[in-house]
Ligand binder design. Structure first.
Ligand code: PLP
Length: 466
């Protein structure tokens, strides 16, 4: 039976040819109206048609620098030839054949064991960061036989039920309650609070990020993780370190925990493991933990299945991604470029009150805007209390994108912080360009206030109407 006009399906070629307006309308009707409306109002509904390295181009050939970096999944930049090349090499082998042992998954796990700190050796693979966190939490329960988890306020571990239960933001948690029971929040960096929680709760695991990314790029106090390691060991609680955003060179070493001089019991990975092209996540743990948790006999193996986890295509891309990150020494590049970038941004901070703080490590950098008496208040014409500042911050992102061609976004748990996490292959010229763009934006911020106020009024009234 042929399809009628009303049933016509769009092809890949049709999607490739869509213009900005068509993307907006289709997205609005078939995915999410609010997201589409907000993007259009802020002017970031740009139709990107090409990407390479740190650069992306829109349908009119305009060039942009990507400082969002796929939230940390683009350490190698867009469409890195080594990753695309690996995908081409395996295009004729079966991508998914669950009855066979995945040789690419095995090779990837072998390589991860070689580069991971300490005695971390056995991997489990899945497709996303949140799923990797689920796997790590389950590993902790089955290993310890305990139920509770300790996590950090403002921390971010993903939005599936288990990961959300240990994500420290009420806005994301409350509509979905009841979440999994026995999850106890403690402030990040607060060792007495952690020790109290460990003493009172018989916890299976403490899950934490080495640097809180979505909280607004929050660094731990000096020596924090050494004590975390000691405390977790003394309470027989697993120490799960979520390096989904910080991993694979982002903070100046392959894994951020190397700079803290600690080895967790479970290291959770995703994002840049896929080389910016494929979705792959997982965890790596010690063989002793894996053995006790899932045994070396056959009866528990089916507990670890995941249809797409470690499939040949994703694992091959990940092998190439890891190899490139290691051989090109991108971690050291991130350390050097990050120090240079941070220094330049700190100089800007001296010039503009609107910049409250600049912080970060390697190329995981946050620029925090001052809320009171600053841009946000002015922009909102006093409506800050009424309006979620997420949308106001997005307007500044829109200005950076449309006026200066630099893509930035705000961190999920702190919308006053602009995340700056370009691919680690970013050039010094590109870093300079980003700093100069901020300089220009803030130096003409009086007139920018007016422009943004005008465009902002539309956004504000639309949001208030909803
Ligand atoms: C530290 C951390 N953990 C987990 C996640 C969730 O990963 P995903 O979005 O792939 O589920 C994120 C995503 O931003 C993250 O930054």
């Amino acid at each position: 039976m042929g399809e009628t006009e009303g049933q016509k399906l769009l092809t890949v070629d049709d999607a490739l040819k869509m213009n900005r307006k068509e993307v907006l309308e289709t997205y609005k009707n078939y995915i999410h109206q609010g997201r589409a409306t907000l993007s259009a109002l802020i002017g970031i509904d740009t139709n990107f048609v090409r990407a390479s390295g740190c650069k992306v181009w829109d349908e009119n050939g305009k060039e942009y620098l990507d400082f969002v970096g796929g939230y940390g999944s683009l350490n190698l930049g867009h469409n890195h030839p080594a990753v695309i090349g690996a995908l081409r090499k395996v295009e004729e082998i079966p991508v998914m054949l669950q009855s066979a042992l995945g040789k690419f998954a095995a090779a990837l796990a072998h390589n991860l064991a070689k580069i991971a700190p300490g005695d971390l050796q056995n991997c489990w693979f899945c497709s996303t960061g949140a799923e990797a966190v689920e796997g790590a939490l389950k590993l902790a329960r089955i290993y310890t036989g305990r139920k509770n988890f300790i996590y950090c306020l403002n921390g971010f571990h993903g939005k599936t039920m288990g990961a959300l239960s240990v994500t420290g933001k009420k806005k994301y948690q409350e509509p979905f309650e009841p979440l999994i029971p026995g999850c106890i929040p403690v402030p990040f960096g607060d060792l007495p609070a952690l020790e109290k929680a460990l003493g009172e709760n018989d916890a299976a695991a403490f899950i934490v990020e080495p640097i809180q990314g979505e909280a607004g790029i929050i660094l731990p106090p000096e020596g924090y993780f050494k004590e975390v390691r000691r405390l977790c060991s003394s309470y027989n609680t697993l120490f799960i370190l979520d390096e989904i955003q910080t991993g694979f060179g982002r903070t100046g070493t392959l894994f951020a925990c190397e700079q803290e001089g600690v080895v967790p019991d479970v290291l959770v990975i995703a994002k840049s493991l896929g080389g910016g092209v494929v979705p792959i996540g997982g965890y790596i743990t010690t063989s002793a933990i894996m053995k006790k948790a899932y045994g070396s006999s056959i009866d528990r193996t089916t507990m670890l299945t995941s249809t797409f986890g470690g499939n040949n295509l994703c694992a091959a891309a990940a092998i190439a991604a890891v190899e490139t990150i290691v051989t090109e020494n991108l971690a050291a590049q991130a350390a050097e470029k990050g120090a240079y970038f941070l220094d330049k941004l700190k100089n800007l901070q001296q010039k503009y009150d609107i910049i409250k703080e600049v912080r970060g490590r390697g190329l995981l950098v946050g620029l925090e805007l001052s809320e009171s008496g600053g841009l946000l208040d002015f922009l909102s014409a006093g409506s800050v209390k009424k309006l979620s500042s997420e949308f106001l911050s997005s307007m500044i992102g829109g200005e950076m994108q449309n006026k200066y061609g630099v893509l930035t976004l705000f961190t999920l748990n702190n919308p006053n912080v602009l995340r700056l996490e370009p691919p680690l292959i970013v050039s010094y010229e590109e870093l300079d360009y980003c700093v100069e763009a901020f300089d220009k934006l803030f130096s003409r911020h009086k007139s920018f206030f007016k422009i943004a106020l005008q465009s902002g009024k539309g956004v504000l009234s639309s949001i208030f109407r909803r």
